[in-house]
Design a protein around this ligand. Structure first.
Ligand SMILES: NC(=O)c1ccc[n+]([C@@H]2O[C@H](COP(=O)([O-])OP(=O)(O)OC[C@H]3O[C@@H](n4cnc5c(N)ncnc54)[C@H](OP(=O)(O)O)[C@@H]3O)[C@@H](O)[C@H]2O)c1
Length: 314
């Protein structure tokens, strides 16, 4: 099969198209014929070696943890999934990923894909939607009628968090670049803040229950968001942490999250997609042959960049 691999950490130029064997399937695993994969910032961070001390990869390595596709083969102990099922998954980032014609995953990480969008578009959902779901509901405990502030609302994670929060019945304020505002309004946002020209702390005049920080601001600036929370409220950050001592003094919570793979969450998300209340914000679709272009756009994208590996699987 064709796979993209890197043999050393580095820039997008380390990505190489190679012929490699189709991976073997263990008893509790499935082999997925890849329809599409999406680019996540973490794919670039792993490729650059920024995470290698914490999470060393076995090189050469095939990146990309988001996948949609069709099950080609299910291991003998797999229950609930079979050959021919259309699926999507957030893959284990430490194993060879979906920048390839086939990928192997633990079956427990795989869910049936939503049916009312194309299988390819489903590839834009797994990692970022799972992060958004866990960020606002599991860590933030967001409830109907509450106020949510999303810092970086138009990225992959933010655009899902916004839609999940509106489905839940929350009021959503989001900051991002001005060119994303029409998309954010289409996705249901209540208030927008232009992070390039406006100060969030000036613009948010009524306190919020939950803050989801998805921006790369430094810990001092994350901490400055804490006074925007109501007493008992929670700031969830996917990047730099807020100062927990300041949080304690203010009577609020500060959490730094690490997303966990969850087929159960993907199934709930697929149901919302099928109900038509959530859709992926796909800003660009690239052919598999141009996968490196997605990596070159690291830090400059809004929504998701989708890589179409096999357009016949749709
Ligand atoms: N801890 C975890 O488990 C976990 C899980 C998933 C993601 N993450 C991290 O969370 C971050 C967000 O992920 P993502 O997939 O949504 O990224 P993304 O798709 O790259 O989106 C980032 C968004 O942030 C905007 N932005 C940048 N600086 C900002 C600021 N100061 N204020 C407001 N908006 C700002 C960007 O707009 P411009 O391009 O116009 O600046 C862009 O729309 C990434 O760094 C990712 O690595 C962590």
């Amino acid at each position: 099969m064709k796979a993209v691999r890197y043999h050393q950490y580095g820039g997008p130029d380390v990505l190489r198209f190679e012929e490699v064997p189709i991976p073997e399937v263990g008893p509790e695993e499935v082999l997925i014929k890849v329809s599409a994969t999406a680019f996540n910032p973490a794919d670039a961070m792993f490729r650059m070696g920024l995470l290698k001390d914490m999470i060393p990869l076995q090189l050469p390595f095939t990146p990309h943890a988001d996948v949609s596709g069709v099950i080609e083969k299910a291991g003998e102990s797999v229950k609930g999934l079979k050959t021919g099922d259309k699926v999507f998954a957030f893959l284990d980032m430490t194993r060879n990923g979906a920048a390839a014609e086939y990928v192997v995953s633990k079956a427990v990480d795989v869910a049936l894909a939503p049916k009312n969008i194309s299988l390819q578009d489903a590839g834009a959902i797994p990692g970022t939607a799972t992060t958004a779901w866990q960020g606002i509901f599991e860590h933030g405990k967001l409830q109907s009628g509450q106020r949510l502030l999303i810092v970086a609302a138009a990225g992959g994670v933010g655009s899902f968090a916004l839609q999940f929060a509106k489905w839940k019945g929350a009021y959503v304020i989001g900051s991002d670049a001005e060119e994303t505002f029409s998309k954010l309004k289409e996705l249901g946002i209540d208030e927008v803040i232009n992070y390039k020209t406006e100060s969030i702390t000036d613009q948010v005049t009524e306190k919020v229950d939950v803050i989801l920080n998805l921006s790369p601001i430094d810990p001092g600036d994350v901490t400055k968001l804490l006074p925007l929370l109501k007493k008992g409220g929670t700031l969830v950050s996917t990047l730099n942490p807020a100062d927990e001592n300041v949080a304690k003094e203010l009577g609020v919570n500060a959490v730094t999250m690490a997303v966990q793979r969850s087929a159960a969450h993907l199934s709930q998300i697929a149901a919302l997609v099928d109900e038509g209340v959530v859709k992926p914000f796909i800003s660009e679709r690239l052919p598999f042959s141009n996968l490196a272009a997605a990596h070159e756009k690291f830090g400059q994208t809004h929504g998701k960049v989708l890589i179409l590996v096999d357009s016949s699987l749709d």
